[in-house]
Design a protein around this ligand. Structure first.
Ligand SMILES: *Cc1c(COP(=O)(O)O)cnc(C)c1O
Length: 460
C-alpha cells in the first residue's frame, strides 16, 4: 500500500528573515523590564509572533514584481487601475476608493452615510467599526445568532445573523434610521466565524423588503468563501471565485482591511456600484486620505494588492491556511489545552480560566498565560480578557468579561508546521507547570482608554 502524501503548502521560500534565540532566563528578565506588557517587546525578542494576522503575511514573487512596477503618479496611477480591475473581476464592483487601511475606509464611508440617531444592525461589528459608528452618536446593534456565544456548542456558521432579531431592530427603529445593514465576513469579533450563503441571501431578502441596503465588511471574505465551500452542502462543487461573486450579488457597498485577505502589509478600500455615493465619498477621500486614484496608498502598495486579491481566493492557498489553523488546534487538543471551538479561519483562542483556575479574574489570568507562554518559548499572543475589556466609563471599575482568552492569530504564508508544533509544545510545558502559578498581576500604570496597549503591570 502506498502511503498518502502529506499536505504541503502551495509555495516555497525565496527570501528569509532571521529569528533570534534567547534563553528562558533572558526572556524572563526582558518581560519584567517591559512591565509584563507583550506589546512593549521589540519584535527581535519574539520567536513565533502570533499577536495578529493583520498586515503580517508574506508577499509572493508576483507581488514583489508589482512593487517594482508601482506607478507613483499623483493622479491616474496605472497601479490604481490594476487594483480597480482586480476588484471588478473578483467582486463585480465598478467604483473603488483606496484607503490606507480598513478603519480609514470606515471613516470615509460613515462620514457620508451615518448620522446622529442612526442604528446599524448586523452580526458582531468589529471594534473600529463600532468605534466609528458610536463616534457619530449612532448605535451599532449586534444581531449575531445566540449559538455564537456558546463556546462548547458546534455550529458551522457562528457568524450568522439572527433574522428575527434583525427584523425586530428594523421595526423598532424604523427604516429611516437605518442607513444600512452590516455583514462582517468572517465575523472577527466572535472568533473569525463564517457567515453562510443562506444567511447572506436571507439577510439581503429581508433588507430588500424594507428597502435598506446591505453593506459588507470584507476583511476575511476569502476565508468565509472557503468555509461556505467546505461546510455548506449546495456549494461543495462551486469555485471560490463563483462563491465570492454570489456572496456579493445583492450587496451595495463593501469595505476591506486589505491587511487580512488582501495578502498585503498595509492598505484598504471601499468598493461600490453607485456613482452618486462614490462622488460623495470622494470629498471625504480627499480631505482624509488623498487624491481619488491613490487614497492612502502608494502605487506600489496598490499594485501588490491587485495581485494579492487574486492570490487570496486561490483554493490551494486557502486550504493550506485554514488547515494550518486547524492543525495547531488539533495539536493543542492532544495536549489537553482548552480551546474555543470550532476554530475560525485566522486564529484560535485558549481558555485561560480553565487553564489557570486558581488565578482570579482581577489578576488577569489570560495575560499571565500570555506572559508564561512568552517566557517558555518566545511565543507571543494577545490577551482578550479583563485588560482588553477595560473599565466601565461610568463607574470606572474593571468590567468582568465572561471569558478570559489568549488569542493566537496565524500570519499568512509565514510559519510552517514545525512552528505550529513548537507553539503546541510551548503551551504543553506551560500547562504542565500551571499549578505553580499562585498569583497574577496588578496594574502599576494605565491609560485613560485602550489601556491594554500601554499598561504597566507588576507581579503580585
Ligand atoms: C481589521 C479589521 C478592520 C479594521 O481594519 P484596519 O486595517 O485594522 O484598520 C475592520 N473590520 C474587520 C472585520 C477587521 O478584521
Amino acid at each position: 500500500m502506498p502511503i498518502a502524501l502529506p499536505q504541503i503548502p502551495p509555495f516555497k521560500t525565496k527570501v528569509v528573515e532571521p529569528v533570534y534565540f534567547r534563553t528562558k532566563e533572558e526572556r524572563r528578565q526582558k518581560i519584567q523590564e517591559v512591565h509584563y506588557n507583550l506589546f512593549n517587546l521589540h519584535s527581535d525578542w519574539v520567536i513565533v509572533d502570533l499577536i495578529t494576522d493583520s498586515g503580517t503575511g508574506a508577499m509572493s514573487e508576483q507581488q514583489w514584481a508589482e512593487v517594482m512596477l508601482g506607478d507613483e503618479s499623483y493622479a491616474g496611477s496605472e497601479s490604481y487601475f490594476k487594483l480597480k480591475q482586480s476588484i471588478k473581476d473578483i467582486m463585480g464592483f465598478d467604483y473603488v476608493t483606496p484607503t490606507h487601511q480598513g478603519r480609514a475606509a470606515e471613516n470615509i464611508l460613515f462620514s457620508a452615510v451615518v448620522r446622529e440617531g442612526h442604528a446599524i444592525p448586523g452580526n458582531a461589528h468589529f471594534d473600529t467599526t463600532k468605534g466609528h459608528i458610536e463616534f457619530r452618536k449612532a448605535e451599532a446593534i449586534d444581531c449575531t445568532i445566540q449559538e455564537a456565544f456558546d463556546t462548547e456548542k458546534y455550529h458551522p456558521f457562528k457568524g450568522n445573523i439572527d433574522l428575527e432579531k434583525l427584523e425586530e431592530v428594523i421595526q423598532q427603529y424604523g427604516r429611516e434610521r437605518i442607513p444600512f445593514i452590516n455583514i462582517t465576513v468572517t465575523c472577527n469579533t466572535v472568533g473569525g466565524q463564517p457567515v453562510s450563503m443562506a444567511n447572506i441571501k436571507a439577510t439581503c431578502q429581508l433588507a430588500k423588503r424594507y428597502e435598506i441596503p446591505v453593506y459588507m465588511d470584507i476583511a476575511r471574505y476569502a476565508e468565509n468563501a472557503y468555509f461556505i465551500k467546505t461546510r455548506e452542502d449546495s456549494y461543495h462543487d462551486w469555485s471560490i471565485a463563483d462563491i465570492v461573486k454570489e456572496m456579493f450579488a445583492e450587496v451595495s457597498v463593501v469595505w476591506m482591511s486589505s491587511k487580512k485577505d488582501g495578502l498585503v502589509n498595509i492598505g484598504g478600500f471601499i468598493a461600490l456600484h453607485d456613482d452618486e455615493l462614490y462622488n460623495k465619498l470622494g470629498q471625504f477621500t480627499i480631505i482624509y486620505e488623498g487624491f481619488l486614484t491613490y487614497g492612502g496608498m502608494s502605487g506600489r502598495a496598490m499594485g501588490a494588492l491587485a495581485v494579492g486579491l487574486r492570490e487570496g481566493i486561490e483554493f490551494d492557498y486557502l486550504d493550506d491556511r485554514v488547515k494550518q489553523v486547524q492543525y495547531l488546534a488539533d495539536r493543542l487538543k492532544e495536549y489537553n489545552i482548552p480551546i474555543q471551538e470550532p476554530v475560525g479561519g485566522h486564529a484560535l483562542y485558549i481558555d485561560a480560566k480553565r487553564m489557570l483556575p486558581q488565578i482570579p479574574q482581577s489578576e488577569f489570568p489570560a495575560q499571565l498565560l500570555g506572559v508564561e507562554m512568552y517566557i517558555e518559548g518566545g511565543v507571543r499572543g494577545v490577551e482578550i480578557g479583563t485588560l482588553l475589556a477595560d473599565r466601565d466609563p461610568i463607574t470606572g471599575k474593571d468590567r468582568k468579561p465572561e471569558m478570559e482568552l489568549l488569542r493566537l492569530a496565524i500570519p499568512r504564508r509565514v510559519y510552517s508546521r514545525n512552528h505550529m508544533d513548537y507553539v503546541a509544545a510551548t503551551l504543553a510545558n506551560v500547562a504542565e507547570r500551571s499549578a505553580s502559578n499562585q498569583s497574577g498581576f496588578r496594574i502599576k500604570n494605565q491609560a485613560e482608554i485602550l489601556r491594554h496597549f500601554t499598561v504597566e503591570l507588576e507581579k503580585i
